[in-house]
Design a protein. Sequence first.
Length: 160
Amino acid sequence: MTDAPAPLPSFLGIRNGIFALTPDELGLTPHPRYRVWGFLMEMGTPQTVMTLVALGDGTVSLYFGTGAGITGIGAHEKPKHTLKQILTMSPDFLGHTMPTTDYPLAPENHVLFYFLTFDGVRAAHGGQSDLGTGEHPLYPLFEKATELIAAARQIDQAAR
């Protein structure tokens, strides 16, 4: 197992700031259909950690422990649509999560899911191999999140 370099303080600051957000700060109020106001999926790789952020105010960003990031994605049509799908389907997966106040980084070859709900943060995890083959209960959400990551990368490439 390769040890990825420690994430940069700038990455950790952004990441910690997201966990410190409240729905009120984003102008979001509870709704029976939308119990989840934010979603983070974090993947540990041999090179770094990557965090996808999708928030109910339309924010979609992709951050890397190396300090790189892709922001402003939520303004584009495909990511905006996929964001809505993720937030709409997220409550269906809360039964596979546990409440948490600890937010460890995803270790190599693992995926962490953080659900920002109006009742607090809930978390789940899985191995990349299980998620990649559809063997994990969170696979449908993982698949949507990877669609969002692909769209972010396409948008970033087109902007270069």
